[in-house]
Design a binder for this molecule. Structure first.
Ligand SMILES: Cc1cc2nc3c(=O)[nH]c(=O)nc-3n(C[C@H](O)[C@H](O)[C@H](O)COP(=O)(O)O)c2cc1C
Length: 157
């Protein structure tokens, strides 16, 4: 059966999501997803979630059924559910990106690109911006150019 990608957004049941709560959830999710070859990213923006799930059609569908009924969040809204040729998030069975925890430069970068209110990046309405935000979050996880020292330039080996 073909693979698919599903993206949804939701609102946490509590105004403040504690670090422990979210890390526990992501750890368990990553373990469960690994067994089903599901990969993805969970973005937390204030008390809003944006999650992408990639994997076998039936498994992703079933997981979304669980997620919708999960009392830890509400207002679950499907953004896209589509056939997928290749994964964007193959590195992670589930990776958390808490936008509030970002350091100064990545936060400035995202706030210049996406709508921002009271210190929180808003989940975009337009689908291409949703993809852009998810892929930007991925890039920020994989590279931290602002932390590199500029003085020590590496020569060719
Ligand atoms: C925001 C959010 C994201 C979640 N993401 C996943 C996930 O990626 N994988 C997963 O197995 N469970 C995830 N869950 C937990 C599921 O809702 C559910 O608890 C889990 O699939 C276990 O269901 P079961 O007890 O019926 O087996 C998530 C829950 C929330 C609130």
């Amino acid at each position: 059966m073909e693979n698919c990608r599903l993206i949804y957004k939701s609102r946490a049941s509590t105004d403040v999501v504690s670090n422990e709560t979210i890390s526990h959830l992501v750890e368990q999710s990553a373990q469960a997803n690994k067994a089903r070859e599901i990969t993805g990213l969970l973005l937390l923006a204030g008390n809003k979630y944006l999650q992408v799930l990639e994997g076998p059609y039936h498994d992703v569908n079933r997981l979304y059924g669980n997620i919708i009924r999960d009392a830890r969040h509400c207002d679950v809204e499907l953004i896209t559910f589509e056939p997928m040729e290749s994964r964007y998030f193959e590195q992670w069975n589930m990776r958390l990106v808490d936008l509030y925890e970002l350091s100064k430069y990545p936060r400035e970068l995202l706030s210049a690109k996406y709508q921002y209110r009271e210190g929180v990046i808003l989940i975009p309405e337009r689908i291409h911006e949703v993809y852009a935000l998810l892929l930007d979050a991925k890039a920020l996880c994989l590279t931290t150019p602002w932390q590199k020292k500029s003085s020590s330039r590496k020569t060719a080996e």
